[in-house]
Design a protein around this ligand. Structure first.
Ligand SMILES: NC(=O)c1ccc[n+]([C@@H]2O[C@H](COP(=O)([O-])OP(=O)(O)OC[C@H]3O[C@@H](n4cnc5c(N)ncnc54)[C@H](OP(=O)(O)O)[C@@H]3O)[C@@H](O)[C@H]2O)c1
Length: 157
């Protein structure tokens, strides 16, 4: 979309602007051969990304810390599109142990990884240290996200 589209709401050179939806930008894309991981796929932008990628045929792995929310999201997506391929692997980005466990489980599935949507994040949370001794917002938004991407990077190329 570019900054022009974000600020003005008008479509930029890509033809998309801030009013464009996930369905708009993926229209006519056949994602049947693709595997996508969406972190934080249980609410907001992540849930919508998971829903629309599933609708376009991608095999979507929802990476989320809350199993109940993940199952509810999966159910909701399947209700709208019974053919969607949606799976869930637990991931708490604020824990290096959990990041490693996710990657171990994902690699064991022997799937390609074509799309990684590093969406999960927190903002303005009260000061707290994680089990790794890192401030929790920094751990989630930076250390966890970067480790996650580094552990998975060879699957992306
Ligand atoms: N919406 C905006 O206007 C806006 C603006 C700027 C940036 N962003 C960023 O865009 C992303 C999505 O925004 P949103 O509005 O859709 O946010 P949201 O509805 O709050 O969703 C955030 C997702 O991240 C997950 N998450 C949080 N901490 C996690 C952890 N430690 N491990 C795994 N998952 C974790 C949440 O899971 P739980 O349900 O378990 O908490 C939730 O599914 C966020 O990173 C946000 O900071 C959003």
């Amino acid at each position: 979309m570019g900054i022009y589209g974000m600020v003005t709401g008008k479509a930029g050179k890509s033809g998309f602007g801030s009013a464009s939806t996930a369905e708009d930008v993926t229209q006519s894309i056949d994602a049947n051969h693709l595997t996508a991981i969406v972190t934080g796929g249980t609410s907001g932008i992540g849930l919508e990304a998971a829903r629309v990628l599933g609708m376009r045929g991608a095999h979507v792995i929802i990476a989320a810390r809350n199993t109940k929310a993940a199952n509810e999201s999966k159910e909701m997506i399947l209700k709208m599109n019974p053919n969607a391929r949606i799976d869930y692997i637990q991931l708490d980005l604020s824990s290096i142990k959990s990041v490693r466990s996710f990657v171990h489980q994902f690699l064991a599935l022997n799937l390609p990884l074509n799309i990684l949507i590093n969406n999960a994040g927190v903002m303005f949370c009260p000061f707290q240290l994680t089990e790794d001794g890192i401030e929790s917002q920094f751990a989630t938004n930076h250390i966890g996200k970067i480790s996650f991407s580094i552990f998975l990077i060879e699957k992306l190329y």
